[in-house]
Design a protein around this ligand. Structure first.
Ligand code: KG4
Ligand code: ZN
Length: 337
């Protein structure tokens, strides 16, 4: 019997350290993740130097845990491939796992692939849906990115449009900060919005009337700031503010997905990235009539190494390899126009 193809993957592009072992394209064998939310909470955002030190501290214990849970006692013989996020992300954070993966590929004599983090997010959908095949569109929504990509084939990506300024996750985090909610703000705003009235306050839907597939979220954040001034000295109606903000933000996303579907004629749309964990966005996508939606489970939406392993494996099948000159690229873009 032939040995299973096992990819060991690492992800540390921002503030989550994750190691995963994947068999072939979508069988998750073992995974371990360490978050850093509490470490950064006091600053209201990720402190890069603190993040890299923490990645460094937890990486080897996480690696040992995954190897042990995956029954790997001889990595050089049992593993087939190493995959690691090589960008985009924070330079110091990326360096920790890129250097570790390069060292391990030498020590264990295993091939290595540097994976684009956004391609990883896209592959969370491939892990979750064996019926998802190109061509399809992917709405990538995270703390650093908001873009719609046309996946013509795996490895052949065309950027249909992106944000002019803030990413949608960044807008959630900034609005949460204005409201005094803990970092990262997305899940807290999502929670409060569920109990609020989305029509309570009228906030501008960014670029609603433009025919371009592009986003902008900094004006919406400023509109929330102006709204808060109305309540000086009063208790904030947190639920209604969150629901109204979310209504405008998600309406901008859905409008542009609709435009992209019309422009390309492609009627399969995948959702990816941390904001894909948002309950209202998931519901809107699921109920859309004009296209079929593919949405990963919440555990695969935020940063994780399973998606990096899946993208690495697909790259491997396409003949792509990295070598020891692999170096992190903090602004590596997935696709161009
Ligand atoms: O993909 P990710 O884990 O890291 C980046 O690559 O940026 O995304 C993190 C972002 C943060 O902005 C966080 O607030 C947002 O995803 N997020 C959410 C939710 N869960 C995470 N935003 C809205 N609703 C959520 N439930
Ligand atoms: Zn991410």
């Amino acid at each position: 019997m032939s040995r299973p193809f096992l990819t060991l993957a690492f992800e540390s592009s921002c503030d989550d350290t994750s190691v995963a072992l994947l068999q072939d394209q979508r069988k998750i064998v073992a995974t371990a993740l360490a978050g850093q939310t509490e470490l950064h909470a006091a600053w209201g955002g990720v402190v890069p130097e603190v993040a890299s030190r923490e990645h460094q501290r937890v990486l080897i214990p996480l690696l040992r845990e995954v190897l042990s849970r995956g029954g790997i006692d001889n990595p050089a013989r049992q593993l087939s491939l190493l995959a690691v996020t090589a960008g985009p992300g924070l330079m110091g954070s990326l360096l920790v796992t890129v250097m570790a993966a390069k060292a391990l590929s030498q020590a264990w004599e295993l091939p290595l692939i540097g994976v684009n983090h956004l391609e990883g997010h896209l592959f969370a959908n491939v892990v979750a849906h064996d019926d998802l095949v190109p061509p399809f569109l992917c709405l990538i929504v995270s703390g650093g990115h908001t873009e719609i990509v046309h996946v013509r084939a795996f490895g052949d990506y065309r950027l249909l449009g992106m944000t002019r300024d803030d990413a949608v996750g960044e807008a959630y985090d900034k609005v949460a900060k204005l409201l005094g909610l803990p970092y990262p703000g997305g899940p807290a705003v999502d929670d409060l919005a569920r109990r609020g009235n989305p029509g309570a306050f009228s906030l501008p839907v960014p670029l609603r009337d433009s025919n371009a597939v592009e986003f902008s979220f900094s004006g919406l954040k400023t509109a929330v700031l102006h709204l808060l001034r109305r309540f000086e000295g009063e208790t904030l109606p947190l639920e209604d503010i969150c629901a109204s903000f979310q209504e405008a933000a998600l309406s901008a996303l859905m409008t542009k997905v609709r435009l992209a579907v019309m422009a390309t004629g492609v009627r399969s749309v995948a959702l990816s990235g941390g904001v894909a964990a948002n309950s209202a966005l998931r519901e809107s996508m699921e109920s859309a009539k004009e296209w079929k939606s593919f949405i990963p489970p919440k555990s695969l939406c935020t940063d994780n190494a399973v998606m990096i392993a899946a993208a690495g494996y697909s790259n491997w099948k396409r003949g792509i390899r990295s070598d020891l000159f692999l170096s992190p690229d903090p602004s590596w873009s997935l696709a161009s126009r």
